[in-house]
Design a protein around this ligand. Structure first.
Ligand SMILES: [Zn+2]
Length: 95
């Protein structure tokens, strides 16, 4: 029972979206990320707070870089700077 609670506490909300730093026009949900990147994000989010918020998530396993575009998860928001996606009216970089 306590185990289930602990697991729940660590679960990330599925409504976080990210975009690859290499392709900011693309936006994917957290659960669509490669498993290694989800792990990297979890590790970052569950780390003790205190550091400055990060601009990007860098996955140590595959080297992909991600920017958080939106999230309703407070832990994600407290660890990462959110980058408004193109749909939010931000400037869309020319390809
Ligand atoms: Zn990865």
């Amino acid at each position: 029972m306590s185990k289930a609670r602990a697991k729940n506490k660590k679960a990330l909300r599925p409504d976080t979206t990210l975009s690859p730093a290499a392709n900011p026009g693309e936006e994917v949900y957290l659960w669509a990320l490669p498993v290694c990147c989800i792990r990297a994000l979890k590790r970052e989010v569950l780390r003790e707070a205190g550091e400055r918020r990060r601009l990007e998530l860098v996955c140590g396993a595959c080297g992909r870089r991600w920017r958080v575009t939106s999230s309703l998860d407070e832990r994600v928001l407290s660890r990462f700077v959110t980058h408004a996606g193109p749909r939010a009216g931000g400037s869309y970089p020319a390809a």
